[in-house]
Design a protein around this ligand. Structure first.
Ligand code: DC
Length: 221
């Protein structure tokens, strides 16, 4: 199986690059952040506090998550409901970051991700793919960019979707999320020793895709 891991902080461009690379190389793309967002969505809908480990454990017992693809686009279903349209709001970004610190949530998501990657050629993006989920992945990347550039990209994405927010709020959220994601106890965000480091601050999407594909083609002949 071909497993490509792309990790890095919020807004580094991981999903854009992972999608493009998956399409060009004929691989499946798994957005693991969307899985944490879907758990956060279920918790908020159920009125369970995202830091209540016991409540979230009970919620997870009865939670069935399905990942499906329609015309190559990933959709996430929770207990039969397609929750995909509700996952990319600032509220869900924060809740996903908080809930992802709970070991009970991580273990369930990691188990699903490992099962998924065991039977498919896949590009996964997240925070802990190269360090924890798939330490033997064929290729690993750590993608980042300056917080200001990442906030600019996220702000633009939200603005295009008609979300009402300020650049400063987006930047503050990114800085808080970076701290949360890299300081939690289980599988925090960090670069794997054998990951290729890519700073995308001044690079175009095409340049990053080309850099990733070059490494992949060299490693997987
Ligand atoms: O990539 P994203 O912004 O959609 O991820 C949302 C949150 O989920 C992120 O702040 C941390 C968490 N996450 C994680 O802990 N591990 C992953 N592999 C992916 C995401």
């Amino acid at each position: 199986m071909i497993n490509i891991a792309i990790d890095g902080p919020a807004g580094a461009g991981k999903s854009t690059i992972a999608k493009a690379v998956a399409k060009e190389l004929g691989l499946i793309y798994l957005d693991t952040g969307a899985m944490y967002r879907a758990v956060a969505y279920a918790a908020l809908k159920n009125g369970t506090d995202v830091s209540d480990a016991k409540g979230i454990a009970a919620l997870l017992e009865g939670l069935k998550m399905d990942i499906r693809y329609e015309d190559g686009v990933q959709l996430i279903f929770v207990n039969g409901e397609n929750v995909t349209p509700y996952l990319r709001t600032p509220e869900m970004s924060k809740a996903a970051s908080d809930i992802s610190a709970l070991p009970v949530v991580r273990y369930k998501m990691v188990e699903m991700q490992r099962e998924f990657a065991a039977t498919r050629d896949v590009v996964l993006d997240g925070r802990d793919i190269g360090t924890f989920v798939l330490p033997d992945a064929n290729c690993k990347f750590y993608m980042t960019a300056s917080p200001e550039e990442r906030a600019k990209r996220r702000f633009e994405e939200l603005r295009l979707k008609g979300e009402n927010c300020s650049y400063d709020d987006v930047l503050n959220d990114i800085i808080k999320r970076d701290y949360n994601d890299s300081h939690r106890e289980v599988a925090p965000l960090k670069q794997a020793d054998d990951a290729v480091y890519l700073d995308t601050t001044t690079l175009t999407i095409a340049q990053v895709v080309a850099a990733v594909e070059k490494v992949v083609k060299e490693k997987i002949k």
